[in-house]
Design a protein around this ligand. Sequence first.
Ligand SMILES: NC(=O)c1ccc[n+]([C@@H]2O[C@H](COP(=O)([O-])OP(=O)(O)OC[C@H]3O[C@@H](n4cnc5c(N)ncnc54)[C@H](OP(=O)(O)O)[C@@H]3O)[C@@H](O)[C@H]2O)c1
Length: 229
Amino acid sequence: VNFGILGSGIVGRTLGGKLAELGHQVMIGTRDVSETLARTQPEGYGGPPFGVWQQQHPRVKLGTFADAAAHGEIVVNATAGMGSLEALEMAGRAHLAGKILMDIANPLDSSRGMPPTLSVANADSLGEQIQRAFPETRVVKTLNTVTASLMINPSLLSGEHSVFVSGDDAEAKAMVTQILKDWFGWPSVIDLGDITSARGTEMVMALWLRLFRALQTPLFNYRIVRRAE
Ligand SMILES: NC(=O)c1ccc[n+]([C@@H]2O[C@H](COP(=O)([O-])OP(=O)(O)OC[C@H]3O[C@@H](n4cnc5c(N)ncnc54)[C@H](OP(=O)(O)O)[C@@H]3O)[C@@H](O)[C@H]2O)c1
């Protein structure tokens, strides 16, 4: 499958690297290719500058957001949430029409300090904003509740723990669920319903950020415990 991954940060790299390793054709998208390749500073989470990372992952291509979206049969939104709508506009409506968009972004606003707040919440969500702005795109909100390394390697934690899918298109959600289970190894994928349920997984960030601070590690997840029927 051809994957277009919008986002050159740790999430885009983690998913892009894994999908390429599985034999898929991956292009990562960024705002300005030459600027991104010219970077010499480590990325936000201490990873190498993009050019160094790409030398270690030569099968992953780099293009503009528009190049990556055009390349992808499935597109991933791994851009900073406050810039996601802008990034998707740059990717181009026509390049996204009819395609599944796995939306992993959280609408985190750090402008008032740490921990960040959500720029949209309660009666709306970034997932819904994206679905409204791109009605022809099949948005599936997923993976935004776990740290990047867990997304593709849930067995870093023992026992059953869950990720979620939200979206209006049942077929798109089924495809994404298959990717999560069969390719990334998720034992439990819970379908929360339509795209409005992205409010729940985005607002969970308020808890996630405090757990991160309390536990001093991002390597944790939620286990949903149910009464046996
Ligand atoms: N880090 C995690 O473990 C984690 C876990 C769950 C969810 N998430 C979510 O996943 C997304 C990606 O996270 P990340 O940590 O990999 O990287 P990030 O630093 O949040 O985002 C980097 C990407 O966003 C693009 N970007 C930033 N501002 C932009 C703007 N104003 N307009 C257009 N594009 C813009 C950057 O473009 P350039 O390539 O041009 O620099 C880059 O590709 C975020 O929404 C984050 O909340 C992250």
